[in-house]
Design a protein around this ligand. Structure first.
Ligand code: ADP
Length: 356
């Protein structure tokens, strides 16, 4: 890729004055404005000018159906995610803060960097917080969050996949600053694609767009891709990702935090010993598995009211969630990642990751 040519334009030549505060926060939701109170908010990026204008022009000539699809299905308006919402992951969080966010927010201070790290690959088991981290990065940058799944592109939208990718980047350019999040990116960048595969067209369009963002001196777009199959990514495209971060299964401290956070939304009666036992028994589960277990257990008190008209029930009538509710659900939740896969992530991280 030609992104190294961005050396000058992406690096130290930007002054803090040039970036200033966000010029067009009025275009963003109240939610975003509220989050500017964060110390990292509003320090750096402001909305691009000519890049946005040219994207606006192109958008006018784009099939309205595609623009509508992108606007309705792909722009993600979920609640903002903060660092505290993500349990564990201390190392990737620290790397993101120090090596991605600060250089972007303070290009005047980090002027020695060859290029801003605007493309990140998050790899690891499913349900470990990759999307949460992507949303958190968007929140920290006060950026719009655009999310698309590689598998939807190659299945549901295969026929018009490359047009969707094109429209997707165009809309993201118009709404800068933006974070583009592509999950299951291995589906687009697989080394197994045959020459005849229609996915190649989507892959080519995606790499063109990625390269264009990385070489632009104006675009304020961060591209975050996630995968649970990093080994399937074509090795020639690996270098497009300036940061490659392993997002592992939650350790005991992180599982404790997830359990406590979810239990605190309910009336529960578990002592410290029982909670410690839960932490122990959830070893090997992803954050998503642990969350599912907690949600299933929290329905236990409702199940106990069988025969009662549930529509008329008051929350105060429900008994608290107990250890037994978890016990009943353990059989339903199995670790979704094998030891072989875990070993593969560690190996891949050693060879290509940034967080050994
Ligand atoms: P993925 O790694 O597949 O992108 P997500 O970020 O979408 O996973 O996480 C799915 C859900 O699992 C979250 O909404 C949250 O409920 C739970 N979860 C996963 N990892 C964590 C974590 N580290 N901290 C808190 N919750 C988590």
């Amino acid at each position: 890729p030609s992104y190294n040519s961005a050396k000058n334009s992406l690096g130290g030549s930007r002054s803090s004055e040039q970036f200033g505060k966000f010029a067009s926060m009025s275009e963003h939701s109240d939610e975003h404005r509220q989050h500017l109170s964060h110390p990292m908010q509003g320090l750096g990026i402001r909305t691009a000018t000519s890049s946005t204008r040219s994207a606006d022009e192109q958008l006018k000539n784009t099939d309205p159906h595609l623009v509508e699809l992108v606007t309705n299905e792909i722009i993600n308006q979920g609640p903002p995610v903060d660092w505290n919402d993500i349990a564990g992951l201390d190392l990737p969080k620290a790397i993101v803060k120090e090596e991605v966010l600060w250089p972007m927010l303070r290009p005047d201070v980090f002027s020695g960097l060859a290029a801003l790290p605007r493309s990140i690959l998050l790899f690891g088991p499913q349900g470990t917080g990759k999307t949460l981290l992507g949303r958190c990065i968007a929140n920290q940058l006060g950026a719009a969050f655009f999310r698309i799944s590689g598998s939807a592109l190659v299945t549901k939208w295969l026929g018009e996949g490359e047009k969707i990718v094109h429209a997707f980047f165009l809309v993201a350019r118009c709404r800068q600053p933006s974070v583009i999040f592509i999950s299951e990116v291995d589906m687009l960048l697989s080394s197994q694609l045959s020459d005849e595969s229609p996915v190649n067209r989507i892959k080519t369009e995606f790499l063109m767009q990625l390269d264009s963002v990385l070489t632009s001196s104006e675009d304020q777009i961060v591209i975050i891709c996630s995968t649970s199959k990093p080994e399937e990514i074509d090795e020639s495209v690996r270098r497009y990702f300036m940061k490659r971060l392993l997002i592992p299964l939650p350790d005991s401290t992180a599982r404790h935090q997830i359990i406590i956070q979810l239990l605190s939304q309910h009336n529960y009666c578990l002592n410290d010993k029982e909670i410690a036992l839960l932490v122990q028994r959830t070893e090997g589960l992803s954050g998503l598995d642990v969350a599912r277990l907690c949600h299933e257990a929290a329905v236990g008190p409702l199940h106990a009211m069988q025969g009662t008209d549930l529509s008329a029930i008051m929350p105060s009538q429900l008994r608290p969630v107990t250890y037994q509710d978890f016990e009943n659900m353990f059989c339903k939740i199995q670790p979704s990642t094998s030891q072989k896969e875990l070993d593969m992530y560690i190996e891949w991280n050693k060879m290509f990751g940034c967080s050994q």
